[in-house]
Design a protein. Structure first.
Length: 182
């Protein structure tokens, strides 16, 4: 979950700040110690211990894997982060309060972060699409349509969800290769 400072304070109390649980690979990004409960979908189910990522953002959104959406009974759209207009709704419950998200639940589109130098190396620009090939011991998997996100602050890193990671046995991959689409 990504959260605004305003929504963080509703969930955790006035003056709440996100504390680092674990630093992520992208500079300044972290998994926080803060977790919430998501109540959404027609089955009346919840997802507990949904971790908030920091720092606070300019919008609140929740990124779920496909199996999470199936569990909740929801058909969530695949979208780039931040593209939440017209997406699924739900309730987020924290220790001090609750917020109703009128929209903002997505399955994050698979993407690759890269610096301008990386983009030049691969011959791509922001918004282009690439293919990721994963060669694991028991299977070879191809992920097409990887959205390229270029920013001077980014380090080269591919973002796929847990379902995709498990499907390709990423943990046991011998080789991963990014290929520019023609």
């Amino acid at each position: 979950m990504h959260v605004t400072q305003e929504n963080l304070e509703i969930l955790f109390g006035q003056g709440a700040k996100l504390e680092v649980h674990k630093w992520l690979y992208q500079e300044g990004q972290f998994a926080s110690t803060a977790t919430v409960t998501l109540a959404a979908g027609p089955r009346g189910r919840t997802i507990t211990n949904l971790r908030i990522l920091g720092p606070c953002r300019t919008l609140t959104q929740i990124e779920l894997a496909h199996t999470d959406a199936v569990f909740l009974g929801m058909d969530i759209p695949v979208r780039p982060s931040g593209d939440i207009k017209g997406t699924s709704a739900g309730y987020v419950i924290g220790p001090k309060g609750m917020i109703e998200l009128k929209e903002g639940i997505i399955r994050a589109a698979r993407h690759v972060h890269m610096s301008p130098a990386d983009a030049q190396f691969y011959g791509v620009k922001n918004g282009d699409r690439m293919t990721l090939l994963v060669d694991a011991e028991k299977c070879k998997t191809r992920f097409d349509d990887m959205l390229v996100r270029v920013d001077p602050a980014f380090k080269l890193e591919v973002h796929i969800d847990t379902d995709e990671s498990n499907a390709c046995d990423l943990e046991n991959a011998k080789r991963c290769e990014l290929i520019r689409n023609k």
